[in-house]
Design a protein around this ligand. Structure first.
Ligand code: BES
Ligand code: MN
Ligand code: ZN
Length: 494
């Protein structure tokens, strides 16, 4: 799918012209490009309007209108003008994308791109138009022998805007972000017998070659030498060798300290000896989504040559039961030197992350953000809408929240008060790896906070947002858009 930004009169568009219409019933109001085509086509749009449902994102296809070059015109409801905002813009793009997919259109001119959203620059429109279309056209069928109908091809999309450096930069960012989202989605969707720790490491190697990134992969013996007792405790019963992947992208000034992204890479989480129940256990293949989002974000930043320094740190292994498995009650020494009593082997994410966070300090980071499908409790708290956000510095939390709103990849901040630390008390070690049922996502974050005291650090719990269950089961690619926007805003790109 190729995107271009160019001034293009609606009557000269090729393929399918996508036009917005505000309001309902008698209060219908054509956007300027729709009005223009209506004039050229002698009122054909006005006459068809009552067949266009008023619901935002609803569409109506018209064919063979006189006086214009496009063979097709797709009308899209934008809802009431007074209520038009970010959500409506995105619904409209999604509606249009669905219709274009069904049509099998090859060329489209998306006049929706031009409909202004309050308080947002046109760059915002460009980013969300591209990401909305790319999301709708994503497919994952590499494990099926019978591919469905040949993939519908939308080859060329014109965003009819007057070109300028800022919009071109937004387009470049959006396409690179979409590539990163696709990568994260595909890694998440791959089955756990394919997407192993070694597979993630090979994928990182591929990115390193393609985009000239620095890479190091630590093996089990390296972890043993360093003393990563927590990570090693999780991987003990697995036949898949663990990896700690370090991927570096240096696009910013040498003097700038890097942003370090740490992604949980449990390629399958059985719970270990604290075995999970069978229902929906297959979904624990998505437990490497944090890792996938770090690879996706780095791919995006490198792909657009973003002016930032970013390092991905990915601890990855499986959490399996077995004769060699870690037992509830085992005490391990973490890389930080602190000891942890493992009371529940299913609270493994924090164990691999704590060693990776300690390791991350060696890169002298400007900020560290970890991304993890960490707790079921976070899903109970925030559902599938917002990722949980914790931070030990409010400015960093504010930057992440602003980036998340901008990317519509939203987060909600949760507390990191000392009061919760008490729940992690242990009679036998420095502290335990679980804090009981109350505020389960907060005590998980509080555990990590004990390893990040010297860092500007934030934690994103993406357990509710990284994938969808049910009929639509599949990876979402979140929070790649947030991470990319965070890095770009950090570099001063509004
Ligand atoms: N990967 C899971 C978290 C998870 C569970 C994400 C369900 C999405 C849906 C994590 O490793 C886990 O098992 N967490 C436990 C922690 C508990 C033992 C303190 C949980 O949430 O139940
Ligand atoms: Mn678990
Ligand atoms: Zn897990």
């Amino acid at each position: 799918m190729e995107f271009s930004i160019k001034a293009l009169a609606p009557e000269s568009a090729r393929g399918c012209a996508v036009l917005g219409v505000f309001g309902a019933g008698a209060g219908r109001e054509l956007t300027a490009p729709a009005r223009r085509i209506d004039q050229k086509a002698k009122g054909a749009i006005t006459r068809a309007l009552h067949d266009l449902p008023a619901k935002t994102g609803a569409t109506l296809l018209l064919r063979g209108l006189p006086g214009i070059t496009a063979e097709r015109v797709l009308l899209v409801s934008l809802g009431e003008r007074a209520e038009f905002g970010e959500a409506a813009f995105r619904d409209a793009v999604r509606g249009a994308a669905g219709a274009l997919k069904e049509l099998g259109a090859r060329d489209a001119a998306l006049y929706l791109a031009d409909v202004r959203v309050a308080r947002r620059h046109l760059s915002w429109n460009v980013r969300h138009a591209v990401l909305g279309l790319r999301e709708a056209f994503y497919r994952f069928d590499q494990m099926k022998t019978q591919k469905k109908a040949p993939a519908p091809t939308l080859e060329n999309v014109v965003l009819p805007l007057s070109p300028g450096a800022e919009l071109q930069a937004a387009l470049k960012e959006a396409v690179a972000t979409a590539d990163g989202v696709d990568l994260a989605r595909t890694l998440g969707n791959l089955p756990p017998n394919v997407c192993t720790p070694a597979y993630l490491a090979a994928e990182a190697q591929k990115l390193a070659r393609q985009f000239k990134l620095g890479i190091e992969v630590l093996e089990r013996r390296d972890m043993e030498k360093l003393g990563m007792g927590a990570l090693l405790a999780v991987t003990r019963a697995s036949h898949q060798p663990p990896k700690l992947i370090v991927l570096r992208y240096a696009g910013g000034a040498r003097s700038r300290r890097p942003i370090v992204l740490v992604g949980k890479g449990i390629t399958f989480d059985t719970g270990g000896i604290s075995l999970k129940s069978a229902g929906e256990m297959d979904e624990m293949k998505f437990d490497m989504s944090g890792a996938g989002s770090v690879l996706g974000a780095l791919r995006a930043l490198a792909g657009m040559r973003a002016p930032v320094n970013a390092i991905g740190v990915i601890p990855t292994c499986e959490n399996m039961p077995g004769g060699a498995a870690t037992r509830p009650g085992d005490i391990v020494t973490t890389l930080s030197g602190q000891t942890v009593e493992i009371l529940n082997t299913d609270a493994e994410g924090r164990l691999i992350l704590c060693d990776a966070l300690t390791y991350a300090a060696r890169f002298n980071p400007e900020a560290v953000v970890d991304i993890a499908t960490l707790t079921g409790a976070c899903v109970i708290a925030l559902g599938h809408v917002a990722s949980g956000l914790w931070a030990n510095e409010q400015k960093l939390a504010d930057e992440l929240r602003a980036a998340a709103d901008d990317a519509w990849d939203r987060v909600w901040q949760m507390p990191l008060w000392e009061d919760y630390q008490e729940q992690l008390r242990s009679n036998f070690a420095d502290f335990a790896n679980i804090g009981g049922r109350p505020a389960g996502s907060v005590t998980a974050a509080s555990f990590l906070a004990r390893f990040t005291k010297k860092l500007r650090w934030a934690h994103l719990d993406i357990a509710g947002t990284a994938w969808k269950s049910g009929r639509e089961k599949g990876s979402t690619g979140r929070p790649v858009p947030l991470l990319v926007r965070f890095a770009m805003r950090h570099a001063g790109r509004k």
